[in-house]
Structures are given as structure tokens and as C-alpha cells.
Write a protein that binds this ligand. Structure first.
Ligand code: SF4
Length: 408
């Protein structure tokens, strides 16, 4: 069947929505009158965050959803019974430019199934980004999903034109990857991540030869982990993330809650994990990267699973009541970071403000603290939470009422 460009866009943007890196796909928040100007519901438009923190709209599509691989978790796998389509290189270039000129998007998020061979597919994707950058002087943001098992030369070339590259590791253990996506080679995935990481570092080093060095993927590299497709605990998932951040200098690990797909393989869980699990993993990931926590502290209890009812920092604080209350006027930076309700900016402001005066309870909210969470864990010159309330009762205050009812 021959599809029109619009039909292809509908198929290939829908096929791309399972990728977690544009978390707001399908949002209705900014919908302007039935999909009119400003709508966020147009085919393939998602939102992501640029390296400078701006929220940007991206055209998020697959080049094709034909694929010769048979990864059990993927709707586009070769054995999946779905409508298929394929854009040509010129069609992706044209769509990107047309959407960009009309101000619908600020960039492109491009992924693809594998056709013919990994190198053939990667070569086509590299051509797209090269034509956009060189022939059309396209300055929008480009996030390119690399093709597993593609050659290093193609990854090196694509990284000169894309702002971000990602290599999806998909599953938290090598055993799970071999079982569920047997054609993906975990050694190759690691090799690609390491090579991209090395190139990023090398491109940032000053050189005596040229004043300006062409940046290699200036927005860094990322990866995606699918959660709940098999039985790995949150502790195992977070350990994998920690080793990826440390080993390959990743900018982000994205977590994508597995959604059972039609005709799914018996290798997979049939139960959709709660979306809250994905959210808690993002919070735990944040604690590891910016708050000095390690995996064993965050996910040591509950069989390695995070508490779904309360956030992981609060959960840790409740399990370590003996370390609180923290004196806000004396505690060092790294201890203040462990107080529930205190973010990194708030802690910096506290450290700065207390150089000039002793802080009072009322000052903390002005400095950005969430006092509902913090008040039981801190002391100031005019506040002490007392010790009458035990951790179990304190926890009840934070668990959403709905959840308490279901526990009764
Ligand atoms: S290679 Fe990618 S597109 Fe193809 S089946 Fe695996 S995850 Fe899906």
C-alpha cells in the first residue's frame, strides 16, 4: 500500500511515541482550539528540554518502523502485526524544514527501525542530519537515536551534526537483554557508548592546532531503560544507571515504563508497571546525581523496590530518624541536602544566608524550602519538631489519603 506523506507521518510519529526521551508526547496542556496554532497534539510533536533548560518542541518521528530485529518489548519488531511505513531521506528533511519554518517545532528527534543493515540505516539517518545542517543551514536542535551495531565511523560522522546522540541499552541486565532482545549486542552497545563518550571529552579539550574545534554532540549522550518488562528490581535498575553515568559520562538515563503490546511475547511481563514507579526512579536518579546518595541507601529496603507512596528522599529520612533533626544554622552542605523539602538551590541559599544571620523557621520558606516536608526534620533558633511522633505515624502524614484508604 502506498501512503501519502501525512499518512506516513501519522504512522511513524505514533511508532516513535514509545521512546521515553520526550516525556510530554501527547500532552493536551497547550492545545489551542482543536489542534490549531500552538497545539501540542499535532502528529509527532513532543516536548523536551534543551541543554540550557528551555522546554522545546521537537518533531519526533521514526525514519521507518520496518525492522529486521525482533526485540520482544518493541511494537516495531519484525514479528509485530502493525501498519508499516518508511520516509525517504528527502521527506524527513522536507518535513523538518516545513515544520520549523512554520514555528511548530524547534528541532528534530529522529529514530528508526533497522532496514537492510544497521550501517545502511545509520547512513541514511546521518545523511538526513548532514543535509539539514550543511545544505539548509538548519540551526534547530537535533537528537539522533543511534542504530545498534552501526559502525563507529557512522556514529562519529553523525555526532558532528547532531546535538545529542543516544544509544539505548534498553534493559537493566545483560541477561535480560540477551533474552529479550537477542540481536542487540551488549558489548557493541557499550563500545559505542564508550567511543561517543571519549569523542565528547576529546572535542572539549583545547587544541594548539585550531582556535575553534567542531563540537561533537554538544548536548551529550543519553540512553533509555525500559522498566517492568521483566523482573529486575529498582535497585538493579539504579545500579545499572549509576554504572552508566560513571562509566560513559551520560547526560541522562531515561526510564520508560513498559506498556504491554499487542501479540506480546511470553518472555515479557503481562502486567503494566505503575507509572509512579517510573516517576520514583527519576527521583532516585536525581538523588544519585545531585544529592550525594548511593543506590544502597535509596533502594536497600522493600526487596530493592522504591516506596511508591512517598518520594525516595523522604523514605530514606524516615528510615534514619536518628540523624534528624538537622540544625539548619550549623549543618554542612551535604547534610542539608538530605533534608526532605530542601532542593539544591534552597541549600545554597541557606548556606549563603546564614553567613549574615541566624535563620528562623519563617526564613526557610522564603529561601524556597517545602516546609510541609522539611519541618519534621529540621531545627532553627525558634523551631524544634520534638521527638514524640514515631516514623510510622510521621509516614502516615505524607502518604496520600487515597492510598491509606486502600490499605485499610
Ligand atoms: S531494533 Fe529497535 S526498532 Fe527494531 S525491534 Fe529492536 S527496539 Fe524495535
Amino acid at each position: 500500500m502506498v501512503h501519502t506523506l501525512i499518512q506516513k507521518l501519522a504512522i511513524l510519529s505514533d511508532a516513535a511515541k514509545y521512546d521515553a526521551s520526550c516525556a510530554s508526547s501527547g500532552t493536551t496542556k497547550r492545545n489551542a482550539v482543536n489542534g490549531g496554532l500552538g497545539s501540542t497534539e499535532g502528529n509527532g510533536i513532543c516536548h523536551s528540554y534543551a541543554p540550557d533548560g528551555r522546554c522545546i518542541s521537537l518533531l519526533k518521528i521514526l525514519m521507518t518502523n520496518f525492522c529486521t530485529y525482533d526485540c520482544a518489548f518493541c511494537i516495531n519488531r519484525v514479528s509485530s502485526n502493525i501498519a508499516r511505513a518508511r520516509f525517504s531521506v528527502d521527506e524527513v528533511v522536507k518535513l523538518t524544514l516545513e515544520f520549523y519554518r512554520r514555528n511548530y517545532i524547534e528541532g528534530l528527534f529522529l529514530s528508526s527501525g533497522i532496514v537492510q543493515s544497521p550501517d545502511y540505516t545509520m547512513e541514511q539517518m546521518t545523511r538526513i542530519v548532514k543535509i539539514l545542517r550543511v545544505d539548509h543551514r538548519f540551526h534547530g536542535y537535533i537528537h539522533l537515536k543511534t542504530i545498534p551495531n552501526a559502525s563507529q565511523e557512522l556514529l562519529d560522522e553523525s555526532g558532528l551534526f547532531a546535538d545529542r546522540l543516544s544509544v539505548n541499552i534498553e534493559l537493566p541486565t545483560d541477561v535480560a537483554l540477551n533474552k529479550i532482545a537477542p540481536q542487540k549486542d551488549v558489548v557493541e552497545i557499550r563500545r559505542a557508548m564508550a567511543a561517543i563518550g571519549d569523542k565528547i571529552v576529546a572535542s572539549r579539550e583545547p587544541t594548539m592546532v585550531k582556535k575553534r574545534v567542531k563540537k561533537f554532540v554538544p548536548a551529550g549522550q543519553s540512553t533509555q531503560l525500559i522498566i517492568g518488562a521483566e523482573n529486575s528490581s529498582d535497585a538493579i535498575i539504579l545500579k545499572r544507571s549509576a554504572s552508566l553515568y560513571a562509566g560513559y559520562k551520560l547526560k541522562r538515563v531515561y526510564y520508560s515504563a513498559f506498556s504491554p503490546i499487542p501479540d506480546s511475547s511470553p518472555k515479557l511481563s503481562l502486567v503494566k508497571p505503575p507509572l509512579m514507579r517510573e516517576h520514583r526512579l527519576y527521583q532516585a536518579d536525581w538523588l544519585m546525581r545531585f544529592y550525594g546518595f548511593n543506590v544502597d541507601e535509596i533502594a536497600a529496603r522493600g526487596g530493592g523496590m522504591l516506596d511508591l507512596d512517598i518520594d525516595p528522599k523522604l523514605s530514606w529520612a524516615l528510615c534514619h530518624r536518628g540523624e534528624f533533626p538537622v540544625d539548619v544554622n550549623k549543618a554542612p552542605y551535604e547534610i542539608l541536602l538530605r533534608v526532605p523539602g530542601f532542593g539544591v538551590k534552597t541549600v545554597r541559599r541557606i548556606i549563603s544566608a546564614r553567613r549574615h544571620c541566624k535563620l528562623r523557621y519563617a526564613d526557610l520558606a522564603r529561601l524556597g524550602a517545602n516546609m510541609k516536608n522539611a519541618k519534621s526534620f529540621i531545627s532553627t533558633i525558634d523551631w524544634h519538631p520534638g521527638s514524640a511522633i514515631d516514623s510510622t505515624h510521621l509516614r502516615q502524614r505524607f502518604v496520600p489519603e487515597m492510598n491509606q484508604l486502600t490499605l485499610l
